[in-house]
Design a protein around this ligand. Structure first.
Ligand SMILES: CC(C)(COP(=O)(O)OP(=O)(O)OC[C@H]1O[C@@H](n2cnc3c(N)ncnc32)[C@H](O)[C@@H]1OP(=O)(O)O)[C@@H](O)C(=O)NCCC(=O)NCCS
Length: 171
């Protein structure tokens, strides 16, 4: 029997909730990246990417930061947008709490995101994923994304991001 799709909804993170997103990221990242990145790099990237001022600036820049809810409970978050002139929509963040992974929630969240993008002019979704994050790469492949480039870049602090760039054509 095919299990039912989880009851997943997306709602915007309010300005006063960005600290809660940072707190959730600090619970997810050590598990997601503990085998991939040194602890110092996890701390460095969390403090840079999830500082409340940075998340608020992202909103100003047109990036949608959304809670992923299961039956109304906060289970993760994603960040996407804005849609570029060529129709490419960046997916910046997609994170679920460890206990909610691998049950179809990520796939359902993507389906909700596609619905939100209807009428936005988005023609593709593009993302960066660490080359060693085999679980996430498997997830994106399963959801139709293909690797179209590789990019290794210095991010400061003596650290680098060694990523695949993946794309899903929406139309
Ligand atoms: C990546 C993520 C969003 C996927 O959401 P999800 O709800 O776990 O994935 P789904 O249940 O919808 O899809 C399952 C598929 O994803 C892949 N996958 C997800 N987690 C996996 C894991 N821990 N190990 C191996 N494959 C995994 C597999 O292809 C799996 O298919 P299978 O079960 O048939 O093998 C979620 O696992 C997550 O938050 N991971 C940690 C954070 C992260 O790496 N985010 C991506 C940053 S770019």
């Amino acid at each position: 029997m095919i299990p039912p799709e989880p009851d997943v909804t997306l709602i915007e993170v309010a300005a006063e909730e960005v600290g809660a997103v940072a707190e959730m990221a600090s619970r997810i990242w050590p598990t997601a990246y503990g085998m991939i990145l040194p602890p110092g790099q996890i701390e460095f990237m969390l403090s840079r990417m999830y500082a409340p001022a940075r998340l608020l600036q992202d909103r100003e820049d047109g990036i949608d930061l959304l809670w992923i809810l299961i039956e109304g409970e906060r289970t993760g978050f994603l960040a996407a947008g804005p849609v570029a002139r060529d129709g490419a929509c960046p997916l910046h963040k997609l994170y679920l709490l460890p206990g909610s992974q691998r049950g179809g929630v990520g796939t359902a969240a993507m389906a909700r995101l596609y619905e939100r993008l209807t009428g936005s002019g988005a023609r593709s979704l593009e993302l960066r994923v660490n080359r060693h994050n085999a679980a996430a790469i498997g997830f994106y492949r399963k959801n139709g994304f293909l690797v179209f480039a590789e990019d290794c870049r210095e991010i400061g602090g003596g650290y680098a991001m060694d990523d695949y760039l993946m794309r899903l054509e929406l139309v």
